[in-house]
Design a protein around this ligand. Structure first.
Ligand code: HEM
Length: 397
């Protein structure tokens, strides 16, 4: 098979900037998506276990609602941060993504409704847990199963989009077209590796949680030690398991000795040592960020190798430089985005560090950041519409 038809399926309008930049942004944003996927699933899964313990154990009684809240927020973050890699993959590997959506069209629909159902059940679980309903564990378990199922569907789309040599066989097995949209293909080792990462990510989060709250007088040191020790155990065992699965996956892909893969393994070992030493969890998290970027990079390496091996020239994607789009994107991303995120993070940090109610209006930094975000947002909206209307009339009149 050669990539003639894949190249023909590319967007004739081309891409608005150098493809390598989109590739880099894809790696970055998928790592962010994955971080929240892993935290959401891990926190929810652990809280289901905690919900069976909390009746008799005060540590779990305090920790479980916090885990549930973490998981709940992480689902919204993973959805938000899933959009970015989705856009980037559609820009540079559009043919792969659209073929996957055709082969598994029914699953794509099911994915949306499953995500809605799973997330709503998560809220139900949260309320049931607050009320102390006896069925809360089972509700949490169902929500967990549905959200894991969403991840398996996502994995199915990813596997299909990087398997061009199988597309014809899947689309028309034995020459008979299958338009059910129910194609389903998984790569068990790759999937197991992704799922296993939920354990260390949750463990490292727990170390962070404990360090963060250690400055608060209303949390006992015994409770914080309980969370931290459990987190360390999860981080260490989870990382060992993930490392083994990663090596098996890379052996299967024939990439074990690739420099990027070796660098990933080294970074995982450093992460393991940092998590085990448990000295400063913020540094451990910084190492985790590097590991996540490496893993995301290796995923992209696998796809790049497959596609370029068939003759799909990613870097030769027709380009139609559009400075207006790029300037607008960068201004939005850097100026509005960074200010807005700084505002939210600063406020969240201060809320968490305060005992009782945090009054943001009395905090100078938070107030300044809030005003700056609001002003920038108003300016951004005006520029966005003015620019859009100008472009529309320039092109049509
Ligand atoms: C509970 C919900 C979700 C879970 C558990 C989940 C999990 C995953 C997993 C495990 C992968 C990696 C698959 C692999 O490489 O084998 C993945 C990839 C991806 N996810 Fe999600 N995801 C969820 C929701 C979303 C949503 C709502 C979006 C978009 C808005 C999204 C966008 C993506 C994209 C673009 C990829 C990369 C696909 C590719 O490279 O071909 N995900 N997700």
């Amino acid at each position: 098979m050669d990539a003639t038809f894949i190249n023909l399926m590319r967007d004739p309008a081309g891409v608005p900037f150098f493809p390598v930049v989109f590739q880099g942004l894809y790696i970055l944003t998928w790592a962010l998506h994955a971080a929240f996927v892993l935290l959401a699933i891990g926190a929810l899964g652990l809280s289901v276990y905690g919900s069976t313990k909390q009746k008799h154990d005060n540590n779990w009684k305090l920790f479980n609602p916090h885990l549930i809240m973490t998981g709940k927020l992480s689902v919204s973050m993973l959805i938000l941060l899933g959009v970015a890699p989705l856009l980037f993959t559609q820009v540079i590997y559009d043919s792969g993504w659209y073929v996957a959506n055709t082969l598994s069209g029914a699953w794509v629909f099911i994915f949306i409704y499953a995500l809605l159902a799973g997330y709503m059940m998560f809220y139900w679980y949260s309320y049931a847990n607050k009320k102390g309903t006896s069925s809360n564990t089972i509700i949490g378990l169902i929500s967990f199963a549905i959200l894991v199922f969403c991840g398996i569907l996502m994995h199915n789309f990813a596997v299909e989009s990087i398997s061009p040599t199988k597309w014809m066989e899947w689309y028309a097995p034995n020459g008979v077209i299958d338009n059910s949209g129910l194609n389903f293909h998984i790569d068990i080792i790759r999937l197991a590796f992704m799922v296993s990462l939920t354990i260390p990510v949750t463990g490292i989060f727990m170390q962070n949680y404990s360090d963060f709250l250690s400055t608060r007088k209303d949390f006992s040191s015994e409770y914080l030690a309980f969370v931290k020790n459990l987190g360390t155990k999860l981080a260490v065992t989870g990382l060992l398991l993930s490392a083994v699965l990663f090596v098996v996956w890379m052996l299967k892909e024939g990439l074990l000795l690739h420099p990027a893969v070796l660098a990933t393994i080294v970074s995982v070992v450093i992460l393991l040592l940092a998590a085990k030493a448990n000295k400063n969890s913020y540094i451990t998290t910084a190492i985790l960020v590097v590991v996540a970027l490496f893993i995301s990079g290796v995923r992209e390496l696998i796809r790049y190798n497959i596609m370029s091996g068939l003759g799909y020239d990613l870097y030769g994607y027709p380009m139609n430089l559009e400075w207006e789009t790029i300037i607008m994107f960068l201004l939005t991303f850097v100026i509005l985005g960074f200010t807005g995120v700084a505002f939210i993070l600063t406020m969240a940090w201060k809320v968490g560090k305060t005992k009782g109610v945090f009054d943001a209006s009395k905090d100078v930094v938070v107030t300044r950041l809030a005003n700056a975000t609001l002003a920038l947002f108003i300016i951004w909206t005006m520029v966005y519409f003015a620019w859009g209307i100008f472009a529309l009339f320039k092109n049509t009149l």
